[in-house]
Design a protein. Structure first.
Length: 338
């Protein structure tokens, strides 16, 4: 990467949303703010940077990017969705690959795997990584074949979209009601899996080949009395007035005995490799009886300064700017540019 090289900060800009709940719009709009932080960091690192919103259609995005030189422009891909849909996130890295651009983060293929919770879990199982037992429902019919309590999630969302206190169910009646809600509201099948009552740990990782972990984050639920309410609902992430937002204690590094710490990190690294992530990732885990169940793999972790990955880096002694520099270096190196 040369002096005159240009870093394009590509981010999803969605002002339409055709499904889900109205208050969830905030999660879509938010990536523009993150892009500003990335832009500031990249500029401070001494690169020329340009913000490029990814909106419209894939064809119009292609036209917009086509004017940049593949040799001179390197893309920092921060598109966590496209056209208002999380499921379309993989179309962006897939396009970049087809166009011959080099970019940070995972390929279209790995992104597609991670954005579909069913496909992701299947891959984890194939690779021997523990994940809660699950079943997919496209309509409210029949009983859950594993153990209650169960949690119901839209199969292709993230950012806790469609997750609230009604997501955890203890019998078939509640199950059917919630499946109907998810299918109708989110226009997609419902993934039902065993609800793991245990600690919630999140591991930020980076690297290619040799993958390293940052200090582990714990969402400490010790002040939330009901175990069926110990989860990261949409409100707990986005609504400062909500009970869970105010009650869950964020800790980093998570207080873990060395043996537990090792198991959690190993599961996270195994998950990262199982889906073939590149450069960075974050793996969400529920830990119970010495087993680290992988519940979610984020191929593009939230990079706003106050979120998990950057805070975890910060606690590991790496500033936001250094973190951004490291992500770029990892991808340059992977592309043979340095
Ligand atoms: N199997 C499970 N057992 C217990 N809690 C779960 C389980 N699956 C999800 N959760 C809770 O729901 C939250 C959101 O689920 P997750 O799969 O991470 O979806 P998202 O992609 O929206 O982040 C998790 O952070 C966790 O608190
Ligand atoms: Mg998650």
């Amino acid at each position: 990467v040369e002096e005159e090289s240009l870093i394009l900060i590509l981010y999803s800009q969605d002002d339409t949303m055709d499904h889900g709940a109205p208050q969830e719009m905030i999660a879509f709009q938010y990536t523009a703010t993150v892009a500003d932080h990335l832009n500031a960091a990249v500029t401070k690192l001494g690169y020329h940077a340009e913000l490029v919103p990814a909106n419209g259609t894939i064809a119009s995005l292609r036209r917009k990017l086509d004017k940049y030189s593949r040799d001179r422009a390197f893309i920092f891909n921060n598109c966590d969705g496209f056209g208002g849909k999380n499921i379309n996130a993989s179309r962006v890295p897939a396009l970049l690959g087809r166009m011959g651009f080099k970019f940070t983060g995972s390929t279209g293929e790995a992104t597609a795997l991670c954005t579909n919770k069913k496909r992701c879990k299947k891959r984890l199982i194939e690779c021997g990584v523990p994940t809660p037992r699950f079943q997919l429902f496209s309509k409210p019919k029949g009983d859950f074949k594993y153990d209650y309590p169960a949690i119901i999630k839209p199969v292709v969302e993230d950012a806790s979209m469609g997750i609230d206190l009604e997501s955890v169910v203890s019998n078939m009646e509640q199950l059917h009601k919630r499946i109907a809600y998810v299918v109708e509201r989110y226009q997609q099948p419902a993934l039902v899996e065993e609800y793991i009552i245990g600690r919630e740990l999140s591991v930020s990782l980076w690297g290619n080949g040799e993958v390293t972990t940052l200090p582990i984050v714990e969402e400490d639920y010790s002040k939330v009395e009901n175990p069926l309410e110990q989860l990261l609902t949409f409100d707990s992430k986005w609504n400062p007035d909500s009970y869970l937002y105010q009650t869950i204690i964020w800790r980093c590094p998570a207080p873990l005995a060395p043996e537990d710490d090792r198991r959690v990190r190993e599961a996270a690294i195994a998950a990262y490799k199982a889906v073939g992530l590149r450069d960075i990732g974050r793996v969400d885990i529920r830990y119970r009886d010495g087993i680290a169940y992988v519940i979610d793999i984020n191929e593009l972790p939230d990079l706003s300064p106050e979120s998990g990955f950057p805070r975890s880096a910060q606690i590991g002694g790496i500033s936001y700017e250094q973190m951004v520099g490291r992500i770029l270096d990892l991808s340059f190196h992977r592309e043979g540019l340095r």
